[in-house]
Design a binder for this molecule. Structure first.
Ligand SMILES: [Mg+2]
Length: 173
């Protein structure tokens, strides 16, 4: 169980995920979490940096789809601004959403990465589905830390992984 919570990479933000690195690993499609990964808390539109990064992905021949546990309206609006397909009400970590996302991308697990900020939804679900998993620091960490029990539990898990070789964003650059 613990190994399924361990991301393959841990980076400070989506923008720090290098499309060339993904290509070298044979990745052709990326499953993107929305809240706290692409978007700050309740922000309706992507930042210029996030838009530019998605364009870089596309430029390297990598497709993207948003897979979110959030509701239809919020996800549709954001995906529209970003110009990518979307799947709302995903119920991560359950496998169905990841299978749907790969159907949209036209990829198989080996050629698919997931990028998200939550160990218990994005990373657990992605690992169970056989994807390459990338954890990023939540955009609105300040608003959640100390208030959400699940974040404290994540900290325990991540601390364990860092002691056993996972590089934290500060040292990974
Ligand atoms: Mg999230």
């Amino acid at each position: 169980m613990l190994s399924k919570l361990r991301p393959h990479l841990y980076l400070p933000s989506v923008q720090s995920v290098d499309p060339r690195l993904l290509r070298r690993r044979g990745i052709r499609g990326v499953v993107l979490d929305l809240d706290n990964t692409l978007a700050g808390w309740k922000s309706p539109r992507p930042s210029r940096e996030v838009k530019a990064w998605v364009q870089r992905l596309h430029g390297h021949g990598i497709d993207a789809v948003i897979l979110s546990n959030n509701g239809h309206g919020r996800v549709q609006d954001f995906a529209g601004w970003l110009g990518v397909p979307f799947i709302p009400h995903a119920r991560k970590p359950w496998a169905r959403g990841f299978r749907e996302a790969m159907a949209v991308l036209g990829t198989v697990p080996k050629s698919t990465a997931v990028i998200g900020d939550q160990v218990f939804t994005d990373i657990l679900g992605g690992n169970r589905a056989g994807l390459f998993t990338i954890l990023v620091t939540p955009l609105s960490r300040q608003e959640f830390i100390g208030t959400k029990a699940v974040r404290r539990l994540e900290d325990v898990v991540l601390h364990h992984f860092e002691r056993t070789g996972l590089r934290a964003p500060s040292s990974a650059g």
